[in-house]
Design a protein around this ligand. Sequence first.
Ligand code: SF4
Length: 475
Amino acid sequence: MRHPSAPPPFAQRVRDALEDRYLRTALQRATVQFTRQRAQAFAELADPEALRDHARAARAYAIAHLPELLERLEAEVTERGGVVHWAEDAAQANQIVLDLAASRGVKRVVKSKSMVSEEIGLNHALQSAGLEVTETDLGEFIIQLAGETPSHIVVPAVHKRKEDIAEVFERHLDVPRTLEPEVLTATARRRLRRQFLQADMGISGVNFAVAETGTLAILTNEGNGRFVTGLPPIHVAIMGIEKVIATLEDLILLIQMLPRSATGQKLTTYVNLVNGPARPSDPDGPDELHLILLDNGRSRIIAEGYAEALYCIRCGACLNSCPVYREIGGHAYGWVYPGPIGAVVTPLLLGRAHAADLPYASSLCGACRDVCPVRIDIPRLLLHLRGELTAGGHLPRWERWGIQGWRWLMASSDRYRWAGRLARWGSALLARGGRIRWLPPPLHRWTRSRDFPPFAARPFRARWVERSHGSGRRA
Ligand code: SF4
């Protein structure tokens, strides 16, 4: 499994992100727009809540019946002329692609967007073996030119403004600088057309794999998925084992949920349903189709009691709605999967010790759960992970002391009352214009990027007594 190559500590990454004014502007603009579009798209449905229930049930069924569905998928894909490969981890998956490329003399590879290929570091493995790899999703293409990694699971270049893209194109494609989106897009299109025509192998991800028919569904908005899967002589599709679903009916249901949740579209512009390599009667299509089924820790996630995390259909709605993601963006999470679902799956896939900060990168406000099309209870999973981390001794010492101190205060009503008095007195001293903008260490990290409301002048308890009895004050 590809571990992040020693990124700076989480606190440093967050600080860097918060200080990047352009990043925050780009994130706010995009996430607010996607959230609004999602809400509109769901409002048009007759019974969106019932659809979400059905979608969750379809995903829950698939994860509960993973072994038999995967075997059925293998049988159906094989029946239609495809070849199925099983990969236990990233190294095996990469080796399968490298072996295929070597045995067929592949030199140039085109790829459509695939988070799982990011997860296993496929580009790096292929390029290290001397292959030319081109990302063909526009966002991924920009990111690849810039030498960066995606910062969103649906919109990889969400952190880039058009000024940034113009600069990247000018530097790497040797074209005059322009801020016209149409001209920038046309430049990318010309470049990519050439790559499509010269490619010996196309590599794609899979949005859903239907067990009963062996159908691989690939949803894109740019048509690049169709070129990648249809033009080169070899198509390699890579999917995490959790992407399997039982029936075409489930596919129709989930296809209604994914684009609506991701970008507020009723449907993506292109929906590719791949059913094997080209048949003799087909006018075009690849000679070979290879499907790689990757585990890479997913079976362990189920065994550890986190199966619900695998219901995810990678729509990105939880990222767009998350107040933390909206401020810090994807790179601060330090690995491939950012946002609330990333804070759950990254420690599960990489190991708790490699991402011990992430389960705490949440206010547990529940916005992610409210928008998730398959109703994953992300706050519950985060709390569970926090519990494990605390039990495993991953909590910083000062935080452990803080929690112990809190417990000591809460265990006695006298101590609680005195602490309340102290807090009211202290916050009255620090408040300016009704807000606290500076707190002393160790609380100063909170006020570094936001303010804090002062404690109420009179505690709830006193106001409650007064309201109930209409009588005297007791603080
Ligand atoms: S957890 Fe839910 S909202 Fe977040 S990406 Fe997955 S399916 Fe979408």
